[in-house]
Each structure stands twice: as structure tokens, then as C-alpha cells.
Design a protein around this ligand. Structure first.
Ligand code: GLP
Length: 236
């Protein structure tokens, strides 16, 4: 595990975007695991600015709200198109996002797992973290799923994510997310953590050890994970 502490959000985003750049330059057919949320927006902007060649790259998004149409501006499908995919030369056939409109969630989860395997697994997984330690939408619980699964969002996540919706009642109650096993099988992981709201979970991760009550703590078991942290989140 490496922890890189940088001055601010902008520095963090540049650092992360350089890692993605190196990855796709060293292997133009890289498979990337990608997050949503406010954290990676700056990294996506920096990657767009670099005007890189994504034509051979395949992507797998971590998660998607279940039951929210792709056309809804809060769906992660919409987010990825409007924040990133519309501005790079990725082949649309190489974009994978769990289908929140699938009638059978279990079938969709199995399809997603199979697609990750068929692509040869994830080379570089980029992550953010929820204030409660969730990764993707793997929420703190007594047990965590190794594979892609349908999760019930916790009241705290619904409240935190309600900032993006008109009201808390509009936030979907369930989501499809890659499991912790899918994530930990990535060859390399970077996790971006910024701002005061993440100081507590970061402290807990490094002091409490590995626990399902903090899914992000499982990353400490990975052989090639880099925490990219700003001074605020680090508690400076
Ligand atoms: C969201 C996503 C996560 C993301 C997290 C943090 O709900 N499901 O993948 O990492 O919450 O969001 P933010 O970056 O806005 O703090």
C-alpha cells in the first residue's frame, strides 16, 4: 500500500490522471475500472484535456442506481457520458456500465461479472470512497459480496447522495455494484480521497484494520493499491 498526500484536489486529480495516462500509453488495450461521484470529476477533466487515444480502451463502471432510467441526469450512465465519454475517442461498444434498467437484476449482475472476465479482468481500477467507507455501492454490512450484486442503499448514503437530487425521496433505494472481489481482482488500484468529510473514514481505515463495516479497508489487502489523498482529507 502506498499513500501519496498532495496539497489539494487539483494536484490529486493531475496525479491520478497521469497514472491513467501511463496505463493506457503502456497498454493501449487497457481495461479500466471507473468511478462516479464528485471526486473523479477533476481527473476526468484532466484526461479530456490531455486528448489521449482511448480507441482501444475498455471501461467498466463500478455501479449504477437500479430502476433509474439511463436518460435521468442522475444516472451514472448519464454522468459518465456528460463528464467523460462524450469528450474522448472511446469506442462506445467498449463502455460497460451496469444496466439499471434491466428487468432481472440477478441476471444483469451475472452478465456483468462474465463481461469483466471476458475482457480479461481490470488492469487499473480507479476508486472514490463514501464517507461511510463504501466502495462503489458496497455498503458497510456484516458480509460483503465478492461479485456484482444488487444492494440496498443505507439511509446515510441516501442522505449524502440526496444533494444531487431534488429531494431525498427521489434517491433510488437500490443499486447494482461490482462486488469487493471484482474490485480486489484488479491488477492495480488507485483510490482518491479528498476533503474534510473523508478525514474520519481515512483515519479509521488506517487505525481499525480490515472490517466489513468499512468496505474500503479491504483495499489494504491488495498488493498494488495507492491512496491519493489531499492534505484536508489527511487531516492537515
Ligand atoms: C457514490 C458512489 C461511489 C463514490 C462515492 C463517493 O455514491 N457510488 O462510487 O465513490 O459515493 O462520492 P463522492 O466522490 O461524491 O464523495
Amino acid at each position: 500500500m502506498r499513500k501519496v498526500v498532495l496539497k489539494d484536489y487539483e494536484e490529486m486529480c493531475k496525479y491520478a490522471s497521469n497514472i491513467v495516462e501511463q496505463q493506457i500509453k503502456s497498454n493501449p488495450k487497457s481495461v479500466l475500472g471507473l468511478p462516479t461521484g464528485s471526486t473523479p470529476i477533476g481527473m476526468y477533466r484532466d484526461l479530456i484535456r490531455k486528448n489521449l487515444d482511448f480507441s482501444g480502451v475498455t471501461t467498466f463502471n463500478l455501479d449504477e442506481y437500479y430502476g433509474l432510467p439511463k436518460s435521468n441526469d442522475q444516472s451514472y450512465d448519464y454522468f459518465m457520458r456528460s463528464m467523460f465519454f462524450n469528450y474522448i475517442n472511446i469506442d462506445k461498444n467498449n463502455i460497460n456500465i451496469p444496466n439499471g434498467e434491466a428487468p432481472d437484476a440477478a441476471e444483469e449482475c451475472a452478465r456483468y461479472d462474465a463481461a469483466i472476465i471476458a475482457a480479461g479482468g481490470i488492469d487499473l481500477q480507479v476508486l472514490g470512497v463514501g464517507v461511510n467507507g463504501h466502495i462503489g455501492f458496497n455498503e458497510p454490512a456484516d458480509a460483503l459480496s465478492p461479485t456484482t450484486n444488487l444492494v440496498k442503499l443505507t439511509p446515510s448514503t441516501i442522505e449524502v447522495n440526496s444533494r444531487f437530487f431534488d429531494k431525498a425521496e427521489d434517491v433510488p433505494k437500490t443499486a447494482i455494484t461490482m462486488g469487493m472481489g471484482n474490485i480486489l481482482q484488479a491488477k492495480k488500484i488507485i483510490i482518491l480521497v479528498n476533503g474534510k468529510s473523508k478525514t474520519d473514514i481515512l483515519k479509521r481505515t488506517f487505525s481499525e484494520g480490515v472490517t466489513t463495516q468499512n468496505p474500503s479497508s479491504f483495499l489494504l489487502l491488495h498488493p498494488d493499491v495507492t491512496y491519493i489523498v489531499d492534505e484536508e482529507a489527511n487531516g492537515a
